[in-house]
Design a binder for this molecule. Structure first.
Ligand code: CA
Length: 222
């Protein structure tokens, strides 16, 4: 999971990025609105944590521009005070949630997980890839129109791979996607799910490549 953190306060930014790193997220930290705007042009993020009072370009403008370019990543805004107008304006401009400073880091992480999960489940009703159609809302996989049974976790792993076709999906990202609030899941477990999915997809001409040290990549056989 890749997060863009936009925060000019060094102490707070450092605390947030350290805690998110520890939780397994990849964090790009932009220290002002201009850097954030560039980062949002150049990368795809799973979520954005956006401070509003920023040097160069303020948070509202960053938000307005990204939504103007149809960037759909969920945005959690950080407001410095109990300012209702500021929150309303942020939400009107397309923010998905907000936190008022000061806040506890576990609360930010909980909101972040909720937003990412919601965003991934509403990205599209179904994903098609070769003969596969993965219906996300109904949790159904069909192959050339016939249903193929998957366990809920296999489904989540496949959903993760299919929603990032062409990109390597890290084991950490899969663990993050599978783990609910307090449930631990080891890397070995991920290998088991990948192995099962690989066996199911290979006869269909779809490979799950292991990219050593990086993760997994879905590929159609030539
Ligand atoms: Ca600030």
């Amino acid at each position: 999971m890749k997060i863009l953190l936009v925060e000019d306060d060094t102490t707070l930014g450092h605390a947030i990025s350290t805690s998110l790193n520890r939780a397994g997220y990849t964090v790009n930290w932009a220290h002002d609105g201009y850097e954030a705007d560039i980062a949002l042009h150049e990368h795809v993020y799973d979520a954005v944590i956006l401070d509003l009072g920023l040097p160069k370009i303020d948070g509202f403008e960053v938000l307005k521009r990204m939504r103007g370019r149809k960037v759909v990543a969920p945005v959690i805004i950080l407001t410095a005070r109990e300012d209702l107008d500021e929150r309303v304006k942020g939400l009107d401009l397309g923010a998905d949630d907000y936190l008022t400073k000061p806040f506890k880091l576990p609360e930010l992480e909980a909101r972040l997980r909720a937003q990412i999960r919601r965003n991934h489940s509403t990205l599209g009703a179904s994903i098609e890839y070769g003969p596969l159609v993965l219906n996300i809302s109904d949790k159904l996989l069909t192959v050339n129109g016939a249903q193929m049974l998957l366990s809920p976790r296999e489904f989540s792993v496949l959903e993760m791979l299919l929603s990032r076709v062409g990109r390597v999906v890290s084991k950490d990202a899969i663990v993050e996607a599978l783990c609910k609030w307090d449930e631990g899941l080891g890397n070995n477990a991920i290998e088991v799910y990948i192995h099962r999915i690989r066996k199911k997809l290979e006869p269909l001409g779809i490979k799950v490549l292991t990219i050593r040290g990086l993760g997994y990549l879905l590929q159609k056989a030539q």
